[in-house]
Write a protein that binds this ligand. Structure first.
Ligand SMILES: NC(=O)c1ccc[n+]([C@@H]2O[C@H](COP(=O)([O-])OP(=O)(O)OC[C@H]3O[C@@H](n4cnc5c(N)ncnc54)[C@H](OP(=O)(O)O)[C@@H]3O)[C@@H](O)[C@H]2O)c1
Length: 291
């Protein structure tokens, strides 16, 4: 006999909440949804989801409550209207590690179990092979509901500290925004002479893909605290060439504002006497400045 599937509540039907709820319905989990603007629930109702009139009603319907709202404050505001006792709250709203820890405490004080999550996907990727999600907090909640959470993508449990999922999430997003900044600057520069974006795109992709090898080599250096390991392009060489990036941008009428912060950090690392190290050594400047 087939085991009964747990039923699930989803609070928030923005682009991401809708994708999550759709994945649950498609996988066959009985799903109750709620959204502040009720119209967004109509399509899900047509697909078989139950629609609650209030967040409190939605939370009352099921033990497992998945929350995907705009930000931390909206999560507190919405959950604050419901009785959480006995519930397992899985928060998939973007937030900081501190907010994850705060929500864990807040839900514990309301007699609920808590998992914080970070979604490494955009809505069309949900339930597809590329999607993965971080979870941290209650181990037993994760073990119990992992099969449900797998509806969204690969679920990676990163620890009992409820702040860890957000830390992994924010770290990956920080890497992504570095790429977005670099790509935006590169497109602004190349199109300044009329080269089309589509002509340039394959070259940019090729170069960025080749450079991802630096992630693994930097990992070894940072773990061993030795930024001389395998160095082939010294930070001194890069600090010497970097002003060319800034000047070329200015000459082409492109603001170098996204490039400028790195110049300062490179120069400081060289001034500290590490010009022969690999560029990963700038991690030490970031650590020093953050203390
Ligand atoms: N979209 C992505 O690519 C993506 C990827 C990873 C993670 N995320 C994260 O997923 C979360 C949701 O993103 P999204 O793309 O679904 O955003 P969205 O389309 O802007 O939806 C925001 C949701 O929050 C609700 N909301 C906002 N303020 C509220 C309040 N004060 N009280 C009650 N409900 C409120 C909105 O309700 P209404 O419909 O009534 O406005 C809507 O359901 C965010 O934390 C985002 O960072 C998104």
């Amino acid at each position: 006999m087939q085991e009964k599937r747990p039923s699930v509540t989803v609070l928030g039907l923005g682009a991401m909440g809708t994708a999550l709820a759709r994945a649950l319905v498609a996988t066959g989990y009985p799903t109750t949804v709620w959204n502040r603007s009720p119209a967004k629930a109509a399509a899900l109702a047509d697909n078989g989801a139950a629609v609650a009139n209030t967040a409190a009603e939605a939370v009352a319907a099921n033990r497992l409550v998945i929350v995907c709202l705009l930000d931390h404050q909206s999560v507190v505001d919405v959950l604050g209207t419901a009785t959480l006792s006995g519930r397992v709250v899985v928060n998939l709203t973007n937030g900081t590690p501190a907010q994850g820890r705060e929500l864990a405490e807040w839900t514990k004080n309301r007699d609920a179990d808590f998992l914080d999550g970070g979604i490494m996907a955009i809505p069309p990727m949900i339930a597809g092979p590329g999607a993965f999600l971080f979870y941290s907090g209650s181990r037993s909640a994760f073990d119990t509901y992992q099969p449900v959470l797998e509806s969204f993508g690969e679920s990676l449990y990163v620890g009992t500290d409820p702040g860890l999922a957000a830390l992994y999430d924010i770290a990956l997003l920080s890497g992504m925004y570095g790429m977005f900044m670099g790509a935006a600057h590169a497109f602004a520069l190349i199109t300044s002479e009329g080269v089309s974006g589509q002509t340039f795109a394959p070259l940019l992709t090729r170069w960025l893909t080749a450079m991802t090898g630096a992630v693994a080599s930097t990992a070894e250096q940072v773990d061993k605290g030795d930024y001389t390991l395998g160095v082939s392009s010294t930070i001194g060489m890069q600090a010497a060439a970097y002003p060319n990036l800034v000047s070329a941008a200015e000459d082409q009428g492109v603001s170098p504002e996204l490039l400028m912060p790195l110049q300062k950090v490179l120069d400081e690392r060289v001034a500290d006497g590490y010009g022969g190290d690999a560029i990963g050594g700038i991690i030490e400047i970031l650590r020093k400045a953050g203390r």
